[in-house]
Design a protein around this ligand. Structure first.
Ligand code: BG6
Length: 518
């Protein structure tokens, strides 16, 4: 047998064999209380994910899940609802043995979030069924899967009924939006911090649970060849795109009062930006990483009205065609006012005023009902200083590194090579790493909630937003929201569904001699 190891292209594969030993982690017995346990988020995401974690044997033997909601139900009724949710929304087939193993840990408490009696009942139930950990403490994770206006009442009652730090060892998980602006985010935090310490609070941004988003850090800091180039000397500009082909689904009320900045820019887009731009952290622990991200948010150049008018673009979609399907305009969506001025598209140029990035534009864009679903970050390197070679292309293509988050999970480097033949011609090609083809077979790609719920059970806050980060992200976007709210909007709708957004977004780059990748 040959001792040489070749890959599918017949190239010698001399990378050292690296056997991945599954990481072992101990999750202590816990109880998860899901406020809003019968709601949309619970049924679509949380319950199927918890079932999946149980099937994969990632949960301890001893755990309890308590759904809390206003409707009257027994534990048995709730188990039925959970089973249906898993069948409808989960990826797993339910076999009887797994279901039996899982379902006996599920319980239900009926109650209203603004009534003290509900918390007394919950507390009693916790005393009865919550398992104790090795320190004889009952670990209780409160998942607040409820609309934001319920949060103040819930925090107030948890504190009043001494269910925070007093008798249980708690964590609390909250979903975005974390406030509507910086001021309300601070106010919300004031309410939370009366009941919980920061190290008990897990603010979910599901983008941080995506495998490819986490890989940005690994790619940058586990390889020595990119970091020396990762700065203003070699990088011309950076583009970040979070494009959706979906519309607003059935979330008209929320979306029309939020708009694109609160929905995507203040959280997902800012998180992507910080991972690309941050300095190397001093360690891979939660605070070291979140400290560096915070510095990025704080060094994004503050925007005055003139800047906002010149370098941000807002849009709202018209009807159009996406993948041969005709879709209606935003204003014709169910429950959206026919004169709504809510923007569904955002593009802007940001600067990060620090030593590494001074003068490098970060062009970012996001929108609903765009041509296709794609999230990616592209790093556009400067042109080589001299044109030594003749190009076959009209435009000489600079090196571009694309970190593709979805739907393709890949890293692609665009490089120039010699075109085969007797001439001396340059030709653009791609060097590609692709998750699916490079990790074929049985490799499991955890879904965002799987990873994030496990991290919370382990007590690891790395992939969760910290309060100071949330406030700083609001500081970046608040002036834009204020300016957009107070200045006349463009003639909405101003982009067709199925396009790449308003013409002004294209012009934003073109006037600087650049263009979006698509
Ligand atoms: C959510 C937004 O946070 O992210 C939605 O509220 C958006 O409007 C969704 O559709 C996008 O997430 P993903 O994982 O599909 O890119």
């Amino acid at each position: 047998m040959s001792d040489t190891n070749t890959d599918k292209d017949g190239l010698l594969n001399d990378s050292p064999a690296c056997e991945i030993v599954p990481e072992k982690f101990d999750i202590e017995p816990f109880t998860m209380v899901i406020f809003g346990g019968t709601g949309d988020l619970s049924q679509r995401k949380l319950l199927p994910t918890l079932f999946h974690l149980c099937m994969d044997q990632n949960l301890p033997d001893d755990f309890s899940i308590i759904g809390l909601a206003s409707s009257k139900r027994t534990d048995e009724d709730y188990r039925e609802l959970v089973k249906n949710a898993i069948i409808r929304y989960g990826d797993d087939d339910i076999d009887n043995e797994c279901w039996d193993r899982f379902s006996r840990h599920i319980f239900y408490v009926s109650g209203n979030f603004d009534e003290e009696a509900s918390y007394r009942n919950l507390s009693k139930r916790l005393e009865e069924i919550a398992p104790a950990n090795k320190n004889s403490m009952k670990e209780v994770l409160y998942y607040l899967a409820v609309p934001p206006h319920f949060l103040p009442d819930i925090f107030k009652h948890l504190k009043y009924c001494r269910m925070c730090k007093d008798i249980f060892d708690n964590r609390v998980i909250i979903e975005k939006p974390f406030g509507r602006d910086r001021e309300t985010a601070i106010e919300l935090n004031r309410i939370i911090s009366r009941s919980f310490d920061e190290d008990q609070v897990y603010r979910i941004d599901h983008y941080l649970g995506k495998e490819t988003v986490q890989n940005i850090l690994f790619f940058r800091f586990a390889n020595s060849i990119f970091e020396p180039l990762w700065n203003r000397r070699y990088i011309d500009h950076v583009q970040i795109t979070v494009a959706e082909s979906l519309g607003i689904e059935n979330r008209a009320r929320f979306y029309d009062s939020a708009g694109v900045i609160r929905d995507i820019v203040q959280n997902h887009l800012m998180q992507l930006l910080s991972l690309v731009a941050m300095e190397p952290p001093i360690g891979f622990d939660a605070d070291s990483i979140r400290n560096e991200k915070l510095k990025v948010f704080r060094t994004i150049r503050a925007m005055d009205d003139d800047y906002i008018d010149s370098y941000t673009v807002m849009g709202q979609y018209d009807g159009g065609t996406i993948n041969t399907e005709n879709v209606v305009s935003y204003r014709q969506e169910k429950d959206i006012p026919s004169d709504s001025l809510t923007p569904t598209y955002f593009a802007a140029k940001f600067y990060i005023d620090n030593w590494r990035w001074a003068g490098v534009p970060f062009y970012v864009r996001t929108g609903k009902r765009l041509a296709r679903r794609v999230t990616e970050i592209s790093i556009h390197f400067k042109q080589p200083p001299l044109t030594l070679f003749k190009s076959t292309c009209d435009v000489r293509e600079p090196n571009v590194l694309v970190l593709s988050v979805q739907p393709q999970e890949a890293i692609v480097m665009h490089i120039g090579v010699k075109h085969p033949g007797i001439g001396n011609q340059l030709f653009p090609v791609n060097m590609k790493f692709n998750y699916e083809s490079d990790f074929p077979g049985d490799v499991h790609f955890p879904l965002p909630y799987e990873r994030l719920l496990l991290d919370c059970m382990k007590g690891d806050q790395t992939l969760f937003a910290r309060q100071d980060g949330v406030e700083s992200m609001w500081s970046v976007v608040d002036p834009i929201i204020r300016r957009w709210d107070s200045s006349p909007t463009p003639d909405f709708p101003n982009y067709r569904a199925g396009s790449w957004g308003p013409d002004e977004a294209r012009a934003l780059l073109e006037k600087e001699g650049r263009q979006w990748r698509f």
